[in-house]
Ligand binder design. Structure first.
Ligand SMILES: C[S@@+](CC[C@H](N)C(=O)[O-])C[C@H]1O[C@@H](n2cnc3c(N)ncnc32)[C@H](O)[C@@H]1O
Length: 362
């Protein structure tokens, strides 16, 4: 429901109007829906914590094997039965579980939670984000020292982070890459691309998917040296050793290799501030030949039409990373133009919460 004028907002906020609208047949349906939506916002934190507990206790994995009673699940999870029933009913209310004849089982949404690649890991690493948001007013005032930057050490140019930290963030990205690659490769044809260079390509999951869909394309990956090593192993395991090259280095310090006719930046820009993005796009521009293509894919802000995933989740997440920023496709397009690109296109996103896409031509 959108209100554009002040007097209308004041009317809707008034108690007498609310009570009349909740009874009047033509408005009571909308009032009920608005009330429910408002209460969902009130309760959102509890919903997230129920989800976090369900995933931490691996209830989806457990119930995928067989339905189970409160008592069995309580025993297995080490939760008292009278508390377990509260958790299970909460998960049922959120559409994840259902119960029949004393047994809990997964709903379709619960089964999706068990099966969507990378989702479980994403939810589990939210413990850090939730700590960062524990005092949200201080967070928005910029008064907190957030921990999330520690999960992504490269954001402060810390390229020599401990291997376990690098492996953890790489696994997190690799796990969730399948959906991104699916949406990008559906939206964009790479069939005319002779050599695709995936910059900040992680362990190669996107490049492997692109390579499978385009068997004639040569595959190049650029990432920090430790990540590049992991990528070489993955590309070899995918049988793509012969058609791929991996470059270990920093796109902040080094020029990008020249010779590719397309460059992809998948979930890279939103890690960095505008100055770093300008430097990176400038290097991509230098590395591409005339008519070379740039493909940018990541979750984006809705801009003038804010949307839940981009503006009420990723924008907070990237802000907690400290150097990050969730931009709208229009903002990304503008940065591309500044770097000398044109021919900007923004294919309609299939699942904006997974990724949006901006493409440009050198
Ligand atoms: C959020 S991850 C995205 C990985 C992959 N593109 C994906 O979508 O799964 C960002 C990647 O950029 C890489 N990266 C960050 N700073 C970098 C730098 N200065 N030079 C090269 N790669 C960098 C990280 O190591 C990481 O693999």
């Amino acid at each position: 429901m959108q209100l554009t004028s002040g007097w209308l907002s004041r009317l809707v906020a008034s108690r007498s109007f609310q009570s009349w609208a909740a009874r009047f047949p033509l408005t009571r349906g909308a009032v009920k829906r608005e009330g429910e939506a408002l209460f969902d916002l009130v309760a959102g934190f509890c919903h997230s914590q129920v989800l976090y507990t369900v995933v931490t206790l691996d209830l989806p994995g457990r119930l995928l094997k067989a339905p189970a009673s409160v008592e069995v699940l309580a025993e297995e999870a080490g939760v008292p039965p009278e508390r377990m029933v509260v958790l299970l009913r909460a998960a049922a209310a959120l559409g994840l579980l259902t119960s029949k004849k004393g047994l809990y089982r997964l709903t379709r949404r619960g089964a999706a939670l068990a099966g969507v690649p990378g989702l479980k890991e994403m939810i589990l690493h939210h413990d850090v984000l939730y700590r960062d948001l524990a005092d949200p007013v201080a967070f928005f005032r910029g008064e907190t020292e957030t921990e999330l930057a520690g999960v992504w050490p490269y954001v402060f140019g810390d390229e020599a982070a401990p291997p376990e930290v690098i492996e953890r963030y790489s696994a997190l990205m690799e796990g969730s890459q399948a959906l991104v690659a699916e949406d990008v490769l559906r939206a964009i044809s790479l069939k005319d691309v002779e050599c695709l260079m995936d910059v900040g390509g992680g362990t190669g999951a996107f490049l492997i998917a692109a390579g499978k869909a385009n068997p004639a394309t040569t595959l190049w990956l650029v990432d920090l040296p430790e990540v590049a090593e992991l990528a070489s192993v993955r590309l070899a395991a995918a049988g793509m050793e012969g058609r791929s090259s991996v470059f270990g280095g920093s796109f902040l310090d080094d020029a990008l290799p020249g010779g590719a006719d397309a460059v992809s930046l998948v979930r890279v820009l939103y890690d960095h501030d505008d100055d770093t993005v300008r430097v990176l796009l400038g290097k991509v521009h230098d590395a591409l030949p005339p008519e070379g293509r740039l493909i940018i894919a990541e979750p984006m802000s809705g801009g003038d039409a804010p949307e839940r995933a981009g503006d009420a989740y990723f924008a907070l997440y990237t802000m907690a990373m400290r150097t990050g920023k969730t931009r709208s496709s229009a903002e990304i397009a503008e940065l591309c133009r500044e770097a000398g690109f044109d021919g900007i296109e923004m294919p309609r996103p299939r699942r904006p919460f997974v990724t949006r896409i901006v493409t440009a031509v050198r």
